[in-house]
Write a protein that binds this ligand. Structure first.
Ligand SMILES: O=C(O)c1ccccc1N[C@@H]1O[C@H](COP(=O)(O)O)[C@@H](O)[C@H]1O
Length: 349
């Protein structure tokens, strides 16, 4: 394999070297550090694209660049994340962006136990469950979620819900969150998810832009065609009544980022009711799903063991008297991570 760095090659050189590599049956890792370079790499026909978080002229790190660039790259390319990969949270973040490989240098060089460090990175790349804490409306609970290692934070833009938050308020509570504005070393910032129920596409796109949402969760009757009008990756919530409904998922597969399986309830979601985990586990065999509905500190380990979801989503289960509870948020996430360690130990024994 050869490394072609977009920043030091013009289009002609890039195409020529890619051609030479192919004719010699070599593979090329084409490295990019901006949307423009990513576009050039794709146009030149690069198959393996490395997104380097480090700016090679200033050595400054841009750890969230890969989130933006990944969204614009075609799904059939092999994406390699390069630089700044240290912690479990870093690797879970890359798994979230559907990155297929990672290039790790510095964190191995400075590690005093390389085999354990490699094991940790691989375990987190392959066996972790993404955690979304939903229905947040106070800075202190955002702090609690980030400190505990939440992967996604959800905001409810559905007015009838007691968890409704005005889009304008999201920016102010994020600004008031110490952990969001000054994350501790090794802490990765979670992605922001906006939850909408049967809203106009233009409105959703506007709010996404205004708030800086990374993903849009559609929790109503939105059709596959509607999902395609949303300018951010979509999480489509489906409430499956029985196994015949598994077919419904198919229509959404190519037009969404993830499917979320929730318990059917009259209020659309967030009712704290457990669904049919057998059905959800069939769904998880076909798709990367988020499991929601009545998850709690007590039942989440069983849910993961039975369903094997890509991620889990909780709201009611981390509340006391309909308000988010920082201790429950921390205990819930700790429980998820602990259950992963138990399954890893089982795999290794
Ligand atoms: O939480 C709400 O109020 C809500 C309202 C409308 C649509 C979705 C909503 N929340 C979603 O419901 C599940 C969480 O359920 P639970 O409370 O843990 O049982 C999750 O997907 C939320 O995003």
């Amino acid at each position: 394999m050869i490394l072609l760095i977009c920043a030091i090659l013009d289009d002609q050189q890039l195409r020529h070297l890619l051609h030479v590599a192919t004719s010699l049956r070599m593979r090329a890792l084409v490295e990019v550090h901006s949307q423009e370079e990513a576009r050039r790499a794709v146009e030149a026909g690069a198959i393996i694209i490395g997104v380097n978080s480090r700016d090679l002229t200033t050595f400054e790190m841009h750890p969230y660049l890969i989130r933006e660039i990944r969204q614009t790259l075609p799904g059939d390319r092999i994406i390699v994340a390069e630089s700044g990969i240290h912690s479990a949270a870093d690797v879970r973040r890359l798994a979230r962006y559907d990155v297929q490989a990672m290039l790790v240098g510095e964190s191995l060089v400075v590690s005093n136990d390389i085999p354990t460090h490699v094991q940790m990175l691989l375990h987190n790349a392959n066996h972790t469950t993404q955690v979304k804490i939903c229905g947040l409306s106070e800075a202190e609970h955002i702090d609690a979620a980030i400190d505990a290692g939440a992967d996604m934070l959800g905001f409810i833009f559905h007015e009838p819900s007691h968890r409704y938050i005005q889009p304008e308020r999201v920016s102010s509570i994020l600004a008031a969150s110490r952990s969001y504005t000054q994350p501790a070393k090794g802490q990765a910032l979670p992605d922001l998810v906006g939850v909408f129920v049967n809203k106009e596409a233009d409105y959703i796109n506007e709010v996404a832009e205004q708030v800086g949402l990374h993903y849009i969760q559609l929790h109503g009757n939105e059709t596959p065609e509607f999902c395609q009008r949303i300018k951010r990756p979509v999480i489509k919530a489906l409430s499956l009544q029985d196994a015949t409904e598994l077919e419904r998922m198919e229509a959404y597969r190519d037009v969404t980022w993830r499917l979320l399986i929730d318990t059917p309830t009259p209020d659309w979601g967030g009712a704290g009711r457990i669904g049919d985990w057998e059905l959800a586990s069939l769904a998880a065999q076909q798709n990367k799903i988020l499991l929601a509905g009545g998850l709690t500190i007590e039942n989440v380990a069983n849910a993961i063991q039975q369903v094997h979801p890509w991620g889990i989503d909780v709201s009611s289960g981390v509340e006391t008297d309909k308000k988010k509870d920082s201790q429950k948020i921390a205990a819930f996430i700790a429980q998820v991570r602990q259950s992963e360690n138990i399954s890893r130990e089982k795999l290794e024994s």
